[in-house]
Design a protein around this ligand. Structure first.
Ligand code: SAM
Ligand code: SF4
Length: 427
């Protein structure tokens, strides 16, 4: 029997999908990339922005046809939107077999067991040896939930308060991933660097994960500026496996907006943190998340975000148009920004990031970079793709034998946030 997974949203959702996939594989199911071959179709939803939720719901609507095409097919809906709208989903899409909210993902194994036990007898349950997920760069969730109350964000409502996984459990998962072929581990959590378990803090976890045999690189996402302590920065600087790139969400360059968002740092504190990181790790790259059009954002507030992008020298940024989320404080703030203005500001920041990105990426032409090869390129499956320690994607004409290798590639040209390597130097 085969299953197919469709994931919406962030890397935490990708990691949750992988975890649920592992539960299904442990029960003998095989993952397929073709929904038509599947008996179980799992839609892992996201509710952080309205757009992601809408896309997932229209996908679920289309699954009614998929389900009736073959008897015994099952539809499973999981994740944040499933947590928030369980009753609505069951009413609107009665053909769904199982709804698993984000807070219950850890119980998915047990739920899947019950779902599969109810299978009809005409199913071809073949118990083939599960195909292992041979990911070179793998994610390990170290904490769930969030104790913050950023006024725009629905995550604390749908994922609950912070729960930390015991360090031994995390290390066990890291060893499992390494055994399956991983060489790079990304530790995941909504405020991943707030991790604590008994006497252990995040820096201890970084050190311990880096010390696992076979771990070549360690990354983490999403850190919160508040928990980027001196000890974490020093650990990043001295532990060679920890990569010198950081995705550190800032959200806005305006102190008025940061305050209204309840981010608990100022622009100046963020900038001095970025400087401290660069002093500890010269050459490190910084990327970020930015929200445009938060309620009350004036042209001046927006310009301060523009100037912060230059001042903090971000390499890349995910730009989000503010999306009002039900029951969050910002959704009922009186001075909502018109959609047209959000779109305009979004376009302006995207253009700015493209300009900065192409300047930064062009500097690599002619240079040799070291990459960890992950597998076929997502944009062109005939080519291979890897990443530098600074998290730049490099595409080159390699083959499957390069997968998992750390190798040098000479950059010959650049594309949009991508470096292209010279195949000649591979031989
Ligand atoms: N916990 C991380 C942090 O505090 O930086 C980020 C997790 S959040 C799921 C990912 C990003 O989504 C945020 O950094 C923010 O930029 C964006 N986001 C969250 N809520 C949003 C909303 N209501 N509208 C637009 N973007 C939002
Ligand atoms: Fe949301 Fe803020 Fe928690 Fe990040 S820290 S998940 S943005 S509430």
């Amino acid at each position: 029997m085969k299953f197919y997974v469709r994931t919406y949203g962030c890397q935490m959702n990708v990691a949750d999908s992988n975890e649920m996939g592992r539960h299904l594989m442990a029960k003998g199911l095989i993952q397929t990339q073709d929904a038509d071959e599947a008996t179980i179709l799992l839609v892992n939803t996201c509710t952080v922005r309205q757009h992601a939720e809408d896309r997932a719901f229209s996908e679920i609507g289309r699954l009614k046809r998929w389900k009736t095409k073959q008897s015994g097919r099952k539809v499973v809906v999981t994740g944040c939107a499933a947590e928030r709208t369980k009753e609505y989903l069951e009413d609107r899409f009665p053909f769904i077999d199982l709804v698993v909210g984000a807070k219950s993902i850890e119980d998915f194994g047990e739920m899947a067991h019950r779902l599969l036990d109810k299978r009809s007898t005409d199913e071809d349950f073949d118990y083939a040896v599960p195909s292992t997920d041979e990911k070179i760069a793998s994610f390990v969730t170290v904490m769930r939930g969030c104790n913050y109350s950023c006024t725009y964000c629905i995550v604390p409502y749908v994922r609950g308060r912070e729960i930390y996984h015991p360090m031994e459990q995390v290390l066990g998962e890291v060893r499992d991933r390494v055994e399956e072929g991983a060489r790079e581990i990304t530790l995941l959590g909504q405020t991943v660097n707030s991790y604590r378990y008994s006497e252990h803090r995040f820096a201890d976890l970084l050190e311990a994960v880096a010390a696992v045999d076979g771990v070549e690189r360690v990354r983490f996402i999403s850190p919160h500026p508040y928990y980027m302590t001196d000890r974490v920065i020093e650990t990043m600087a001295v532990v060679p496996q920890v990569c010198d790139s950081l995705h550190l969400p800032v959200q806005s360059g305006s102190n008025a907006m940061l305050k209204a968002m309840m981010r608990n740092y100022t622009r100046e504190q963020y900038v001095s943190l970025a400087e401290k990181l660069r002093r500890a790790m010269p050459g490190m790259t910084l990327s970020t998340d930015i929200i445009v059009g938060f309620p009350g954002e004036t042209e001046d507030d927006f310009e301060q975000t523009v100037s912060l992008i230059r001042e903090a020298q971000f390499e890349n940024a995910f730009i989000f148009k503010y999306s009002p989320r039900k029951d969050t404080p910002a959704a009922t703030m009186s001075d909502q920004v018109p959609q047209k203005m959000k779109e305009e500001r979004n376009q302006r920041l995207l253009q700015l990031m493209n300009d900065i990105g192409s300047q930064k990426y062009n500097q690599f032409i002619g240079r040799q970079v070291q990459i960890l090869v992950e597998g076929p390129s997502k944009r062109n499956a005939a080519r291979m793709s890897g990443r530098t320690r600074c998290n730049k994607i490099v595409v080159f004409e390699g083959s499957d034998r390069h997968r998992g290798q750390v190798m040098d590639v000479k950059v010959t040209r650049v594309g949009s946030f991508t470096l292209y390597g010279d195949p000649a130097i591979l031989e």
